[in-house]
Design a protein around this ligand. Sequence first.
Ligand SMILES: O=C(O)CCC(=O)C(=O)O
Length: 283
Amino acid sequence: MTASDPIDPPGQRDAAYFRFLESDGVDWDAWWDVLRGRVAGAVFRGALSPEVCERTCRNFWSSPLLSSPNATRSTERAVGPLLIASGSMDTYLTESDRTRAGLGEICGGPGRTLPALLDEWRAYLADRGVRSRLAEYDGRRAGAYKLRSRADSKGFGLLPHDDAMHNWALPHLRDFEIQGVKRICNALLCLENGPGGELVYWNTAFGSEERRALGMRPDSYGYPLEALAGVERITLPIHAGDMYIFDGGNVHAVAPSATEDVRRTVALWITGPLADGTVLQWA
Ligand SMILES: O=C(O)CCC(=O)C(=O)O
């Protein structure tokens, strides 16, 4: 596949593919199955211990890097680069460099932390002869991951969207090597959540044609619910400590939180394989 032929044909995929593999604890074979397109998603319950989640959240909420990236969502807080909203590769890469060490400090420390899990994953790939690295542009490295706290009890935490079309098609990302990956997978670790805030995942992907037919521009965000009426979907509960990955080309959303004061905080990044097999990661 190429940037001009980015995703599997839209439409429903079969039951062998459209499911989440679920396990207590981390299962790198399942993570690999998602990256290879064998199954839509995987979730590992309790991948981070309660102590590591609590420490990471404390570090996040007291971090001098904490920002309010979204003018229309006053409660949203984040640390790390914004790829889609950055508007330019230079802005994105500068923010990636500025926040890299701080993110490592927020998420690091003793125990099985996010950086430790990423080391395990890289070792798993290396054992299989698979190269993996951060995505690069002009010799500069992408951010590895970012942190975001966002919840909404009145509507979706995140509207139904996909992550493939933006990563593949936005003009300011032209020539960024992520546009060559075969599949775009969202990877997340939940650090805190209350009731609600499930991941909702539909068995469909919209390509450029379908987006145009829905009246959307390349930078439009949020599919109308009417376009998803009758489409099979999975509603996946998300709890603190859960690690999950899914094919970000399929439409997905974050369900409303069940109470008003919920903090739904996640670490997140994107990953996908290039045609030569190298697995890229970026935030
Ligand atoms: O927070 C989640 O569970 C999903 C995140 C997501 O869909 C995104 O960041 O695009």
